[in-house]
Each structure stands twice: as structure tokens, then as C-alpha cells.
Design a protein around this ligand. Structure first.
Ligand code: SF4
Length: 329
């Protein structure tokens, strides 16, 4: 018997899997890459996930859903958003649908989810759990081992594939029982419960809202929203200025046809990205703003490279003067 698990990386999904593995069932942990996880490097993140699944004896599979997530989930969620740009119910339902579609291919019989009844405001209320099951068209096949005893029996339970008596009845926001189980099974170093999803972050959400007011949004635009100080210039161009050396490296690595890079030859300072469609006034202002965050002499004009174009500009008198162009939350 084999099951597929929705694996966010968080403790609850690990415990849910472990409870099923303890019943002698093989578990494949599906981690869905939406593109909106925290800023960690992808390799490092995968290695951390692998350590965790190795620890409990599950096999890790990374499922890249970035494109379809933007096409089908992010911008028109049937069940709306949480507090920020997080379409949690549709997101969960989408992951369950993808997992269901993989059941046959991976020769598995049912799906495990680490959801706990009443733990989070939006996606884990009883009605939300029911909606996810029905909307994903996987009703009866999703087992939530941590809260199973508080929920109607699912197919894996009624068919006797799993022993319902060995499942749990956890509900609510307290993490006490989960911490006890983690201790018992030696599970350590797991990420925060939300898995660091940037869609729950207020400023990140504002950056998406702003982006889609002016442009279409695609997978390759995600890294731009994860880096730098964000500005919207008077004629509509977007400007992103690196805040440190690490962000300079990230911006240097971004190749996006909608943006050009701004560099400051011979000056210690940030790399920036500017909308390729920026008009003359915005290009000149962007050059001044980039200089404002550099070590350039404020009393002089300097040459700035905006894409292939050389622009002569002067830094603004102070960083305070730049704030009026910040993207506001
Ligand atoms: S927090 Fe993010 S990844 Fe988790 S369900 Fe909500 S939108 Fe999806």
C-alpha cells in the first residue's frame, strides 16, 4: 500500500506522514513548488526537505506547479484570498487535484494532508476542509491523520487500508501535541508552519498587486518580486534597486525581457532593474535614484548605464527624497 502526501515542509505534514508510515504504508512526499516559497536558494531548500523526509522514512518528489499556479490559481481563486494575496483554499484544492492525478502514475491509493482542524483561520476550518475535498474532486480519498478522528471516515479508513483507531483527534491552534510527537520521533529543524509562503506577506502581496496593474505576470517575474527596494516611477515604470551585495548578485543573475539593468560604472553602488518600456523621464529619474543609493559624490553628475544607454545624472540630495517613489503598502 502506498500513499501520496502533500508536503509543505512543515511539522504537521511530517507528523501526518509519520503516522501513516507507522502503519506500514509507503509514503511519497509531494512538495509543490509554486515559486512563492521563501527566498532560500532552491537547492538548499530541497536538501532541507530531503533531510526531513529521510528522517521519517518517506520519499521526496518535487512537483513544479509554477506555471499552472499562475494560470489557474493565483489570480482568480474561486474561494477568494486570505488576509493577503494567499488563495489558500484554491491552493490546497489545486495541490490535492494534482496529487490525485498522480495517484495512478505513482501507483498509490490515497492522499495524506497535514491539515489540522481549526488551526488556521482560512484553510483549515471544517467547511474549508470539506470544500477542498469536493472542489479538488478527491472527496473520500484525502486522509488528514492529525484530525481524522474528528472528521467523517475516509475511503482509506472504511476500506481498512489504515487503522482509524491509530489516527489522532488534534484540533485548534495549540501546537502542544505536535511538539510532543516531534520530540518522540526525533523530528527537528523543520521550517515554520506557513512554510514561509510569500503570498501571506503583506508587502510581497502589494508588490504583486502593483505589478499586475501595469503588466502581465509570469513565472520569470517572481524572482524580481523577491529582491530589492521597489519603486513605481511617475510615468509608470518599475524600478528595483538592490539593498546589499547579495541582492546585487541576485539582480545580476536575473534575465527578464521586460527589464533592463542599471549599473554605475566606476562607482560602488547597487545594481538595479528598470522596466524596459520606461520613458525618457523615468529612465533619467531611475538613473538618479540608483546613484542616490550609491557612494557617488552628490555634488557631481555621473554616467549611468541604463541597459545599453549612457545617461548623465545626479544623485538626489538624500535618500529621504527617494521615498516618495517607494511602492507603498
Ligand atoms: S499559505 Fe501559500 S502555499 Fe499555503 S495554502 Fe496558502 S497560498 Fe498555498
Amino acid at each position: 500500500m502506498r500513499a501520496l502526501a502533500l508536503f509543505s515542509g512543515g511539522l504537521d505534514s511530517l507528523l501526518a506522514m509519520k503516522l501513516i508510515i507507522e502503519q506500514g504504508i509507503e509514503v511519497i512526499a509531494l512538495h509543490f513548488e509554486t515559486g512563492f516559497g521563501g527566498a532560500k536558494d532552491a537547492y538548499e531548500k530541497q536538501e532541507n526537505l530531503r533531510k526531513l523526509t529521510d528522517k521519517i522514512g518517506a520519499k521526496l518528489e518535487i512537483v513544479d506547479v509554477r506555471d499552472e499556479y499562475i494560470q489557474k490559481v493565483l489570480f482568480d481563486p474561486k474561494y477568494g484570498y486570505g488576509k493577503n494575496f494567499n488563495p489558500c483554499i484554491d491552493c490546497h484544492a489545486h495541490m490535492v487535484r494534482v496529487a490525485k492525478a498522480l495517484l495512478e502514475k505513482l501507483d498509490a491509493k490515497f492522499i495524506i494532508s497535514g491539515e489540522v482542524l481549526g488551526q488556521r483561520p482560512m484553510s483549515q476550518r471544517m467547511d474549508a476542509l470539506k470544500i477542498v475535498s469536493e472542489f479538488s474532486d478527491a472527496d473520500g480519498l484525502i486522509l488528514r491523520p492529525l484530525s481524522a478522528k474528528l472528521l467523517p471516515p475516509t475511503i482509506p479508513e472504511t476500506e481498512g487500508w489504515v487503522d482509524r483507531e491509530k489516527l489522532l483527534d488534534i484540533s485548534g491552534r495549540s501546537r502542544e501535541r505536535q511538539m510532543e510527537l516531534a520530540k518522540k520521533w526525533g523530528i527537528e529543524d523543520y521550517p515554520s508552519p506557513s512554510g514561509g509562503c510569500l503570498l501571506t506577506d503583506e508587502y510581497f502581496s502589494e508588490k504583486i498587486r502593483d505589478f499586475i496593474k501595469y503588466d502581465t505576470f509570469e513565472v520569470e517575474d517572481i524572482p524580481i518580486l523577491k529582491v530589492g527596494r521597489h519603486f513605481r516611477l511617475p510615468d509608470g515604470a518599475k524600478l528595483v534597486i538592490a539593498r546589499n551585495k547579495e541582492e546585487n548578485e541576485k539582480i545580476a543573475a536575473i534575465e527578464n525581457p521586460k527589464f533592463v539593468k542599471i549599473s554605475l560604472p566606476g562607482i560602488v553602488g547597487p545594481l538595479s532593474l528598470l522596466s524596459k518600456s520606461a520613458g525618457k523621464k523615468d529612465r533619467e529619474l531611475a538613473a538618479s535614484l540608483a546613484l542616490t543609493y550609491s557612494k557617488a559624490d552628490k555634488s557631481k553628475e555621473h554616467e549611468v548605464l541604463v541597459g545599453d544607454e549612457k545617461i548623465t545624472a545626479r544623485p538626489l540630495p538624500s535618500k529621504e527624497d527617494a521615498k516618495q517613489y517607494f511602492l507603498q503598502v
